[in-house]
Design a protein around this ligand. Structure first.
Ligand SMILES: [Zn+2]
Length: 339
């Protein structure tokens, strides 16, 4: 029996010595010290020994057990140390490698143009209000005096979600929401993304941005419209800028006009930028149609107002002399870096 115990001890020591890995060490623990391990089973065969020798043998087994446990603990510490050393070696940093570059971003030309326009109108006391891009047909068309049979509602021009909802073709719906819910007077601009079923080319995109403005108060006249938009043009394109208005037609304003500004490149003499005319078309505007006011619950006999809409991309393209709208959407950092 003593020989067998000594054999187990030597065997265990040898295996621990050769373990080489923490997982292996655990297997050895189970094989020798576990419930069905060798040391446990030798305790069970105690009855083969003479009763008077049993206490001494039991002590020997316990000593062997603690010897194996001690050895195992030492080996465990040693293996953990080796593993950490190996990990540190593997993760060593090569200080001669070039550093990772983090690129600093630039504001998009559209963003710069939008912030500029917002700054001008906020300076004149306007509120900036945003609205939903998926809009009820009613708010995108009908409430703006665009009846069911109007060509603007053609599926060729508009993305319909279903019969009731469209991707807004203009941000004017936001103005209707504001007229319905807010107290008068109103002075607001509504910037945002709009959608038209257009093919992509140098001047068209199925998705672009508009900034529409609305003023409603007592005694608002076309003179207020002219004064406001002339000031806007001067702030945006320079103090020397002049404006002119050409009659036009929009369903939601009456009378309606398009506004041109003197070419900020040649000052009105005529150049490539203005195609020799000295003028650049910049926005559409007009006095809010009495029908639109009535539909939003505003009495047109007491209140009047003006509205205007300008394409954000148009301003960005003009201001930064970009000749192709597609450049704004291609996300080419070589292009965007210039702003
Ligand atoms: Zn010009």
């Amino acid at each position: 029996m003593k020989d067998r115990l000594e054999q187990i001890r030597q065997n265990a020591m040898a295996q621990i010595e050769a373990a080489g890995a923490l997982e292996k060490l655990n297997d050895i623990r189970v094989a020798f010290l576990g419930k069905k391990g060798e040391l446990t089973s030798i305790m069970k065969s105690m009855k083969e020994i003479a009763p008077e020798e049993r206490p001494a043998f039991g002590q020997m087994v316990n000593e062997t057990r603690s010897e194996i446990e001690k050895k195992m603990e030492e080996m465990k510490t040693e293996l953990a140390r080796k593993a950490r050393e190996a990990q540190l070696k593997a993760e060593v940093i090569d200080v001669t490698l070039p550093a990772k570059k983090s690129n600093v971003g630039h504001r998009h030309p559209n963003t710069i143009a939008l912030e500029e326009v917002e700054r001008i109108f906020v300076g004149m006391g306007y509120e900036v209000i945003e609205g939903p891009e998926v809009e009820k047909d009613y708010y995108n068309f009908e409430a703006l005096n665009i009846p069911d049979n109007h060509p603007a509602k053609d599926e060729q021009d508009t993305f319909y979600i279903n019969k009731e909802f469209v991707l807004r073709t203009q941000t004017s719906g936001t103005q209707v929401h504001t007229m319905e819910t807010q107290e008068l007077p109103i002075r607001m601009i509504a910037p945002g993304r709009v959608y038209r079923s257009d093919e992509v080319d140098a001047t068209h995109s199925p998705c672009f941005h508009q900034i529409e403005g609305l003023v409603i108060d007592k005694h608002i006249t076309f003179a207020d419209l002219k004064g406001t938009l002339a000031e806007f043009a001067r702030e945006l394109f320079g103090e020397e800028t002049k404006v002119k208005f050409r009659p036009h037609h929009f369903p939601f304003t009456e009378p309606s006009a398009e506004m041109d500004v003197t070419c900020f490149k040649c000052g009105g003499k005529g150049c490539r930028m203005c195609k020799g005319s000295g003028w650049i078309e910049i926005l559409g505007c007009g006095m809010v149609h009495p029908k639109v006011l009535t539909m939003s619950g505003i009495d047109p006999d007491e209140y009047s107002g003006f509205a205007f809409g300008v394409g954000l991309e148009r301003i960005a393209l003009l201001k930064y002399e970009i000749d192709d709208m597609r450049l704004l959407y291609e996300n080419d950092t070589r292009f965007l870096k210039q702003f």
